[in-house]
Ligand binder design. Structure first.
Ligand SMILES: Cc1cc2nc3c(=O)[nH]c(=O)nc-3n(C[C@H](O)[C@H](O)[C@H](O)COP(=O)(O)O)c2cc1C
Length: 294
């Protein structure tokens, strides 16, 4: 990559920083961040994002989300690792890689269903190499972009709510809904695609196209509770935080993850209070303005 501007993380950061929020304090009531998600109540819409290969293992990461009353997404890994995460008592969404060997996908879907995962998903976009038109190999495992028929097969085999991750268009979100997904995780997998539209930029349009009965999760570049507020106001039901949880996780393990999610949730709540947003499902999108002068 020769052009340093071809960086979707930077593009998303610039967009997020261009969004400003108006204040609506008159008559505002102390807000609640509790959310019902997939039929369960959580303390926060901020989820631990689908990370993998963390130095201290994945179970304390999931445990950190549990301590904060949050959902834990878990990325690439074997069934044993998923089992250890579920055993912490965390509500886990297992995001499966688009393995070329379909049995790798079926075995993980089956394990997730039989061992009490909250939901499953697949990060389809990671099948394609970043800068050449071939399928990728990740940690020695060949990937393949599932066909729509294969995706439908995974969704119906799962027997759990199914999320397609790394979705970044109205077209794909609508297709995902049509083939039976419970929702999509809107993002670009931290710059896997160059010049990607910022996930939050697309959120309003996607929400309008899919309606309210389809779950939208914002992923990518959410670094604090103010970013989370913006994503939720633009139409997301939940948000994922990935890299921002890594330094506290490495330093303090599960407590680091929990404390960081709690701090972000306090920031989110303060912004909800200031905008008269009584709960997460009732943030008026018109409080957000594009600061063209920034
Ligand atoms: C160390 C690391 C491992 C990751 N592993 C996975 C994975 O296995 N599966 C997946 O879907 N995404 C994975 N991701 C991508 C994240 O889920 C997320 O999409 C991305 O980091 C953008 O979010 P962020 O800006 O909050 O980090 C990984 C990211 C990092 C930094």
């Amino acid at each position: 990559m020769k052009n340093p501007n071809a960086n979707s993380d930077l593009i998303a950061r610039k967009y997020m920083d261009s969004l400003v929020i108006e204040e609506r304090v008159l008559g505002a009531v102390r807000p609640s961040s509790k959310v019902i998600f997939l039929g369960k109540e959580f303390d926060t819409p901020i989820m631990a994002g689908a990370l993998s290969h963390l130095k201290n293992g994945m179970a304390p990461y999931a445990e950190g989300a549990r301590l904060a009353g949050a959902v834990a997404c878990i990325g690439m890994g074997d069934n044993k690792t998923l089992g250890e995460c579920i055993d912490t008592g965390a509500d886990v969404i297992k995001i499966i890689k688009p393995y070329a060997d379909r049995e790798e996908i079926f075995s993980r879907l089956q394990y997730a269903r039989e061992h009490g995962a909250l939901a499953v998903g697949l990060d389809g976009g990671h099948a394609i190499k970043e800068e050449s038109p071939e399928f990728d190999t990740i940690v020695g495992c060949p990937m393949k972009l599932p066909t729509l028929e294969e995706m439908k097969e995974y969704i119906s085999f799962a027997g759990l709510p199914f999320f397609i991750k790394d979705i970044l268009s109205v077209r794909d979100a609508v297709l995902a809904k049509e083939i039976g997904a419970a929702g999509v995780i809107v993002g670009h997998h931290h710059n896997l695609m160059r010049w990607a539209t910022p996930p939050v930029y697309l959120m309003k349009e996607i929400r309008k196209a899919v309606g309210d009965d389809f779950i939208l999760i914002a992923d990518g570049g959410i670094e604090d509770g103010f970013d989370a507020f913006k994503a939720l106001a633009m139409g997301a039901d939940m948000v994922c935080v990935g890299r921002a949880l890594m330094p506290p996780y490495i330093k303090e393990g599960a407590q680091g993850v929990a404390n960081t999610i709690r701090t972000m949730n306090d920031e989110l709540l303060s912004m909800m209070f200031r905008t008269a947003s009584a709960d997460v499902r009732n943030i008026d999108p018109t409080v957000i303005h594009e600061g063209w002068w920034l």
